[in-house]
Design a protein around this ligand. Sequence first.
Ligand code: KG4
Ligand code: ZN
Length: 339
Amino acid sequence: MHIIILGIESSCDDTAAAVIRDGFFLSNVNADQEVHKAYGGVVPELASRAHQQNIVPVVDQALKLAKVNKSQISGVAFTKGPGLLGSLLVGTSFAKGFALARNIPLIEVNHLQAHVLAHFIKEESEDRKYPAFPFLCLLVSGGHTQLVVVSDFLDMQVIGKTIDDAAGEAFDKCAKVIGLKYPGGPQIDKIAQGGNPKAFPFTKPRVNKLDYSFSGLKTAFLYFIRDNIKKNPEFIKQNIKDICASIQYSIVNILMDKLIQASEDTGIKEITAAGGVSANSELRKTLSDVAKKNNWKLYLLELKYTTDNAAMIAITGYYKFLKNQFVRQDIVPMARLNL
Ligand code: KG4
Ligand code: ZN
């Protein structure tokens, strides 16, 4: 009998649903929320309202695209956290209702674990290698920056993390300083093409062991822009490519230094990256270059699986289903949740 999992993701500003059969992708539908663009960041109240509007049509479409009907679903997986509580509540409530109505297992999923397990979403007729355990994952998103040792599908250990801002946050906040709309990360990536990454050097933070820090860089960037605008009001306009390339280069190098250190410390050469920032083209290029130099086996996600999506929730649900890791109806979402 097939194991068919419906995955629901609603931790931030994407309402997403996906269907996975025996670990193979069937559908993945995502309604992102334009409403936040005008505010320079995600507005929690608006996010939860948009989730309520989107969830039913998104699930409906995911089932249609998968050519699966409700009665065939073996279990429903949802994001328990971390994320915005009001947003998480919508996905959690929907999943509970769906499981109760169909009398099928309910599976809670840690959003961070799901980003890592996105590497195991299989697609029909593809001939691809999967990371072998144990592997290292550079988990870089808007809310988290962590180095994770992955010993098995459901066995992960954080060996380093940011002590303040996440890498995605650094991208977004620096983007805001130069007038780019939220989320600024992808725009910096685009504008940086053709810019000189060494035009404006920024000092690297000094942080213990395998931990990260990005708040100093963000402040240095703010002062750098402010001081230059004082001298030349057209500074941003005249240097936008070099500014974007330089800040991107700094963030990528900070990420890479600790990843290289982590690989040396652990002796692990199976390397992966996950989370929205792993879509960054400079990070992907640098990872490939360093992998060649250091004999790493590198696994990069398809871009659609780097940012928030429900297929990663469904694949995690699938591995938990295999282990009978189900939860009861009194489960509650959690805004803060560690790996
Ligand atoms: O994983 P994700 O979709 O959501 C969270 O779980 O946080 O990550 C979103 C973050 C945002 O900060 C966004 O600016 C960043 O990922 N991001 C990028 C790129 N694509 C998304 N940052 C730099 N370059 C990109 N191409
Ligand atoms: Zn995420």
